[in-house]
Design a protein around this ligand. Structure first.
Ligand SMILES: [Zn+2]
Length: 167
């Protein structure tokens, strides 16, 4: 029952810059053309005959399982740890970080999809993007900042989403 991802412009136009239909959405020039080895729908442009993955230009290009990617991102947004995600979805931390990078490169679409399909809230999304900022400190250097486990109030830098006037 997975609905088509309408927000994603995937496969809605030809990506061949030489093609007259390049970038023209819903030109009716695309037809289904089998699947990639990874199971992703492929499309062929009837104008120029070029074949490409339907996910080209989307956050899911080259991703085997877009649904799982969204699931993982929604878990990250709920502050589930990388290890927790591995336990729950069997997605390895490395892969989760790849998903995260992809997401960061396609913020708008990812936010729209997560909000629609996973009811992820604005605050959770902010937490997700905050995570993108933090992941730079790759596990190796264990800088324990000796923070209190319960979290001392104050120091958080990202809690203020712009424009959200709390009552
Ligand atoms: Zn074309």
């Amino acid at each position: 029952m997975s609905q088509p991802l309408e927000v994603v412009p995937a496969g809605s136009f030809c990506w061949n810059e030489q093609c007259p239909d390049y970038g023209v959405v819903a030109a009716g020039n695309l037809r289904r053309y089998g699947k990639t080895p990874g199971g992703v729908q492929r499309l062929q442009c009837k104008r120029c005959r070029k074949v490409f993955a339907a996910t080209l230009g989307t956050p899911f290009y080259g991703i085997r399982n877009p649904d799982k990617m969204l699931l993982v991102l929604s878990l990250l947004a709920e502050r589930v740890s990388l290890r927790g995600i591995h336990r729950m979805t069997r997605v390895k931390p490395d892969t989760t970080l790849v998903y995260l990078e992809r997401a960061a490169a396609h913020v708008q679409i990812i936010e729209a999809l997560l909000q629609r399909s996973y009811q992820v809230t604005r605050v959770q999304l902010d937490a997700l993007w905050a995570f993108v900022g933090h992941k730079g400190e790759k596990g190796g250097t264990s800088k324990k900042r000796s923070a209190a486990p319960s979290g001392a109030p104050g120091q958080s830098t990202w809690t203020h989403g712009c424009g959200s006037a709390a009552p």
